[in-house]
Design a protein around this ligand. Structure first.
Ligand code: HEC
Length: 300
């Protein structure tokens, strides 16, 4: 009795399920019919656009036609005399000379003859603010290779396949001269070497080393002022190793600086003595070990 009842119930459920499935199928079919012609389907009519303004925004594509202008071209030429406005320059729009980058010394580090200028141009005010800025920029962009002290042994510089130049080398200092030979007369003469000039260091910082050598330029990341600030800071780094107390330090600061020098000397000598003592201790230890190893062990 109970088993018959169960069978009936199951049949009822099955028919309900069948009905449900048929309904879902119908709905899907209907959906497909309605949606026919969407992207990816073959359809004879115009594609349906649910958000037409996103498909066809009101703009001109390059090389297209328009009725708007007499010549029918959508692409327009810039107004005569338009000058590209760089993102990396000062934005004083009224300054025509600046926008045209007319000042060779400031923008390229060269004079009218195209030679590198010896000193930072007078339009750049070298003061404590500029030097601090130069230190910050140098530490960001140059120190990885040239190191914080300019000796060329930065984290990346040390891994380089050849030793990086040392900014404390005479050839990178003001007044550096070199002897060159005239290719025709073979006569030798002394000229001011370019590597010692501010304009050259400026140019290398912005454009990299000439003749396809391995240093990349940082002009994309440095404003012109910042590049001069870096040049000024490299001069400061050089002065840290060959500055003259009686010349480079104002009279009222000489006492303080002398104290710092004496203190640094004392520390250096201390460190030197400690290193010597440590080396002697290690040598004695090694000698003792060697003796122990050579002395035959007593057999019990
Ligand atoms: C990715 C490493 C790297 C960075 C960063 C780098 N340099 Fe150099 N720099 C070099 C290498 C390598 C050389 C040697 C190039 C050569 O002559 O082959 C060099 C050479 C130089 C020279 C000497 C050029 C010569 O003709 O003797 C100057 C000056 C210089 N760099 C300045 C800078 C300044 C300023 C910065 C920061 C704006 C900077 N460098 C950042 C790798 C670097």
């Amino acid at each position: 009795m109970s088993s018959t009842k169960r069978t009936t119930t199951r049949t009822d459920r099955q028919s309900v399920r069948a009905l449900g499935a048929a309904a879902v199928l119908l709905a899907t079919l209907g959906g497909v019919l309605v949606m026919g012609g969407c992207r990816g389907d073959r359809f004879e009519g115009r594609p349906r656009q649910f958000f037409p303004d996103m498909d066809d925004s009101p703009k001109f594509k390059p090389q297209t036609k328009t009725e708007l202008f007499e010549d029918g071209r959508a692409m327009r030429r810039p107004v005569d005399g338009t000058v590209a406005f760089s993102a990396y320059s000062r934005t004083d729009a009224g300054d025509r000379a600046h926008l045209l980058r007319e000042d060779d010394a400031f923008y390229r580090g060269v004079n009218a003859q195209g030679e590198y200028i010896a000193m930072i141009p007078p339009s750049v005010k070298v003061d404590a603010k500029l030097l601090t800025r130069g230190q910050e920029r140098y530490n960001i962009y140059c120190a990885v290779c040239h190191n914080y002290d300019g000796h060329g042994k930065g984290m990346v510089g040390e891994q380089w396949s050849y030793p990086l130049p040392n900014f404390h080398d005479g050839k990178y200092k003001h007044g550096y001269t070199e002897t060159v030979e005239d290719p025709q007369t073979k006569a030798k003469k002394t000229v001011e070497g370019k590597t010692g000039k501010d304009g050259y260091i400026f140019s290398v910082a912005r454009n990299g080393v000439e003749n396809g050598a391995k240093m990349p330029g940082y002009g994309h990341a440095l404003s012109f002022e910042d590049t001069w600030a870096i040049v000024a800071y490299i001069r400061v780094l050089q002065a840290t190793e060959d500055g003259k107390l009686n010349i480079d330090v104002p009279a009222d600061k000489r006492g303080d600086v002398q104290k710092l020098i004496d203190e640094a000397k004392r520390k250096w000598e201390e460190a030197q003595r400690a290193a010597e003592a440590e080396a002697a201790r290690k040598a004695a230890e090694a000698a003792q070990k060697k003796q122990q190893n050579t002395t035959p062990e007593k057999q019990p």
